[in-house]
Design a protein. Sequence first.
Length: 367
Amino acid sequence: MGPLKGLKILEFAGIGPGPFCGMLLADLGAEVIRLDKSSTHGNHNKADIHNRNKKSITADLKNPESIIEIKKLISQMDGIFEGFRPGVMERLGLGPDECLKLNESLVYGRMTGWGQEGPMANQSGHDINYIALSGVLDSMGRKGENPQPPLNLVGDFGGGGMLLAVGMLSAFIHAQKTGEGQVVDAAMIDGSSMLMSMFYSFKAMGFWSNDKESNLLDGAAHFYDTYECSDKKHIAIGSIEPKFYAELLEKLEIDDEEFLDQMNRDAWPELKLKMAKVIKLKSRDEWTKIFDSSDACVSPVLSLSETPSHPHHLSRDTFMNINGFDEPAPAPRFSNSKAENKSIILPSGSSNDDVSKLYDLDISKLG
């Protein structure tokens, strides 16, 4: 049933990083109850992966009677989390001070872009804004071009939802040891900055330049980039270590002596042009076959449609198809307390009766 079996968590419904955190916790066995607005009662998006394996109740947060029932529920939870702007939960009478009075060991997670404090705490923002201020966005893209947004993976999910999950799990351990609950302030501006730790280290050591496409890992090196093949598809090359680089040259049948000095940065632009011409001679699948079982660190660049059917994913059951579409299976994997590969996506409010009975709530007052 997963390592988090027995953990009870109330999620105030939102979008993006909060639901992603809830999915991670639910996948690993926690009982996650999603609290949706009463106006959404009955809504059912069967393709919303972030809502899988959660119960759902609906309530009117503007109704004082609903707030009383929600407080009753919170008093029985191990943790709750929300993604509203700072101050919203306090105005609802559900702020951390109020909730920790009800439940001293409660873990109270708060997911925001800018954090609970600071001059920008109450400003609007999205992933692209948070990573713009953390050094991530300026480091992305090609020389002479605009910074390239890396989808919303770095702020919303890596630096947001996962940060909240790690923070809450840490606070759960503390609460179990001490009986003391606390607030987890998970801000995407902090999380995305943390994800740049290695590059701030590189910069301090003189290994990293602010100029785009001039560093080892930002597409400057001919042995760490993507290349177009004859069929307009691409392969990704990451042959950093000398022995992997040697195997790359062997498989590409390149015997040009200029390639031997791998770390000669002045030669990288010219070597990229030469390598691109070689790779353009064959299709992506032809190169994939050539590099199959090789240590040259060469991979086909797959689309979302192609990815689930890759042999490695099939062998590991990385994806599952339960609701009529492919979705990533729960991760990570555990040797003993294994998480189930399941995906149950319930309509809003479909758990009202069950949750009310289990936690002794007055369903008529939830709104």
